[in-house]
Design a binder for this molecule. Structure first.
Ligand code: PRX
Length: 659
């Protein structure tokens, strides 16, 4: 079978399906098909099964309190600690087993492994160090870190002392760091000197310092020395402490895990929304941790003896739930890789999987499409037979990429879980249980047991199978966000207003994704229906990018849309009106690209910048983004009759073709 078999795509689109391989089924964690019915009948008590996966200092009184919906409370009055659950309780049986296997980008550098005992030790020392700096329970600690072990250590150290963490993706810009630290009123930052990218050391510390200059309160900063002799010779200022010194000063220290209420905040994660201002998604200790553990066990099929590999970044929710909390709560070996899949060559992931005999791979469709483009010779060079399960997350996977993954990485021996979820959902909510359900390439699957997801029309009525509609969630689940940090009002407005009936106390969560459902209840996610785009599985708000562009001197107005892209899924397309007196030229185009890079980071850089004298607008002045999307995708233009200025569209189309 060739990699570019168009016929295959057509056949798959017609609904070819696959049964889970027998070798997998016989050992699957989720093995009883009755679970779907049982959970439906026994809801919400069914979620005691998730809570039972973690240890509690004090048992909860009630599984779910709905009295203040949609501010739901799970495992009411239960007391627990996430760091205890991810470390201490495994020490007796698994103290000498590897908890964290880290692989650095440079191939000639020794990989670092931490046993549960070792990870526990360093987490305790760092937790003591954080306390020395004054960190107390409920103080938000920001991490602006690449994929080095100290990031995972810091998460667990914060959890230990009840200080919520807020991780800002290292690829985000200095401005993005400052915005998030200000919004969270975070007075502590963990960062590092730099990291490696494609063989070169990269200066991260200057970026962090630039960010700090935009923070409107005092910050105490801890700096990890990642680069050693390859570093940039930066000096630390008085309010900056070397991570190594803090650890050395606390050598052998132990810190009792702080008892946290189930509903106490475990962490904050800023994510993009419809407005230019990122949303601080709040996750709790009991519900989130139970959810991460339960889904990791039942969907990713994690067992303690596994070596599980998720190639996401801890700067995003996937890394939180499925590199750190879920896998470590289950006492397994979780892997962490610093670099990119194509350095020093395009077989780096396969080399890592072979070397460590990884049992699961959880990655993004954008990576799979790149692997497919590079060709099967790269995986074929390696023995990938240790793999038992494959997973994808972050964006829809096209059936052909699915099939390539199934065939060339899984050797038709591994089920694929296509997991739909969001920063807000805390963990997976729509996906197959891998030992129990037929797989349909391109469709994430049915909702998990006990999860009530429906596809509805604008009026909130369920659509017929095959019809496009909106994804909605009709029952709460333990891993759900509890609110937006300091902004209950926006929480209601963004997620609950659209389909709920508050008078009847009926609450429906709206994730802002389009979807369709088939006769068997399998859900195919069609993508975002708000102004959020998904570049390489990374969530970006078009408004954030627009405000970065209009911040560039010479720009009067800008509209940004997502257009389809072979590898990235979606790419950023910008349409820009210049200010009077400024020329539409290469220099301005470059300044726009640099402006976005500076305000958000390289992932948000526009693929194309088209200058235009006008933007297509409705009579009420709203930009018709749909038409701009048509242009970005080289598609026929949709209906332009409602436009105030219909002629402008063809003009933009011509300009786009020439740009
Ligand atoms: O549009 C959906 C898409 O990613 C969005 C959530 O992005 P984020 O909060 O950054 O979390 C990404 C990792 C969980 C969703 O609203 N998405 C996520 N998973 C899938 C997906 N789209 C289709 N299929 C998926 N499996």
């Amino acid at each position: 079978m060739t990699d570019d078999d168009g016929e295959l795509e057509a056949r798959l689109a017609e609904g070819e399906s696959f049964e889970p391989p027998a070798s997998f089924v016989e050992q699957a964690n989720a093995a009883d098909p009755a679970i779907y019915e049982e959970f439906e009948e026994n809801w919400p008590e069914c979620w005691e099964q998730a809570a039972d996966l973690i240890d509690w200092y004090e048992d909860y009184d009630e599984v779910l309190d709905e009295s203040n919906a949609p501010f739901y409370e799970w495992f009411v009055n239960g007391k627990t600690n996430a760091s205890y659950n991810c470390l201490d309780r495994h020490l007796e049986d698994r103290g000498d087993e590897i908890a964290l296997q880290w692989v650095g980008e440079p191939v000639d550098e020794a990989d670092r492994a931490f046993t549960y005992e070792e990870l526990h030790k360093e987490v305790n020392e760092f937790a003591a160090g954080l306390r020395d700096l004054g960190v107390e329970a409920d103080d938000v600690v920001t991490m602006y870190m690449p994929m080095v072990p100290e990031l995972a250590i810091a998460l667990l150290a914060c959890a230990r002392i009840g200080a919520p963490h807020s991780v800002v993706f290292a690829g985000f810009s200095a401005d993005a760091l400052a915005t998030r630290m200000n919004a969270a009123e975070s007075e502590y930052l963990l960062t590092c000197d730099g990291y490696y990218r494609r063989g070169d050391p990269l200066d991260h510390f200057s970026k962090a310092n630039n960010g700090l200059s935009g923070v409107d309160h005092d910050v105490s900063t801890i700096v990890v020395d990642r680069l050693g002799d390859d570093g940039f010779g930066h000096d630390l200022s008085d309010d900056q402490t070397a991570y190594a010194d803090l650890i050395a000063e606390n050598e052998g220290a132990t810190v009792e895990p702080v008892e946290r209420d189930a509903e106490d905040m475990l962490f904050l994660m800023y994510t993009s929304g419809t407005t230019g201002k990122p949303k601080g998604v709040k996750h709790t200790t009991g519900g989130y941790l139970s959810w991460a553990a339960w889904t990791a066990q039942n969907v990713l099929d994690i067992k303690p003896e596994d070596t599980y590999f998720c190639s996401a970044d801890i700067g995003w929710i996937t890394g939180h739930s499925y590199i750190v909390y879920g896998p470590l709560a289950l006492g397994t070996t979780t892997m962490m890789y610093e670099g990119t899949p194509d350095y020093p060559d395009k077989d780096r992931l396969w080399e890592i999987i072979e070397e460590y005999e990884a049992t699961q791979l959880y990655t993004a469709p954008t990576a799979i499409r790149a692997f497919m483009k590079w060709g099967r010779s790269y995986p074929d060079k390696h023995d990938l037979s240790s793999l038992r399960l494959l997973g994808t997350v972050g964006e829809p996977i096209n059936p052909r990429a699915w099939k390539w993954y199934y065939t060339h990485i899984g050797d038709e021996e591994c089920p694929i879980v296509d997991t739909w979820w969001q920063t807000e959902t805390g963990g997976m909510i729509v996906t197959t249980l891998p030992g129990l359900k037929t797989m349909k390439p391109g469709s994430a699957g049915p909702p998990l047991p006990g999860v009530d997801v429906r596809v509805v029309n604008v009026a909130g009525e369920e659509v017929d199978p095959g019809q496009a509609g909106y994804l909605t969630v009709h029952k709460p689940w333990p891993g759900m966000l509890r609110t937006l940090y300091n902004n209950d009002e926006r929480f209601i407005k963004e997620y609950w207003q659209e389909y709920s009936d508050p008078e009847a106390d009926e609450w429906v969560y709206f994730p802002e994704d389009g979807a369709k459902i088939d006769d068997n209840g399998y859900i195919t996610v069609l993508g975002r229906v708000d102004d959020v785009i998904n570049v390489s599985g990374h969530r970006l708000g078009t408004m954030e990018i627009e405000s970065a562009i209009v911040g560039v001197e010479g720009v009067a107005e800008a509209a940004v849309v997502g257009g389809s892209h072979d590898i990235k899924g979606e790419a950023v397309y910008a349409y820009v009106i210049t200010e009077e007196g400024y020329e539409e030229n290469e220099e301005l185009r470059q300044r726009i690209i640099d402006g976005v890079n500076e305000a958000i980071g390289p992932i948000a850089k526009p693929e194309s910048v088209v200058f235009t004298p006008e933007l297509p607008k409705t009579r009420s002045g709203k930009i018709m983004r749909r038409l701009l999307e048509n242009i970005a995708n080289g598609e026929e233009l949709g209906n332009t009759s409602t436009l105030r200025n219909p002629d402008v569209v063809e003009d933009i189309q011509a300009r786009a073709q020439n740009s």
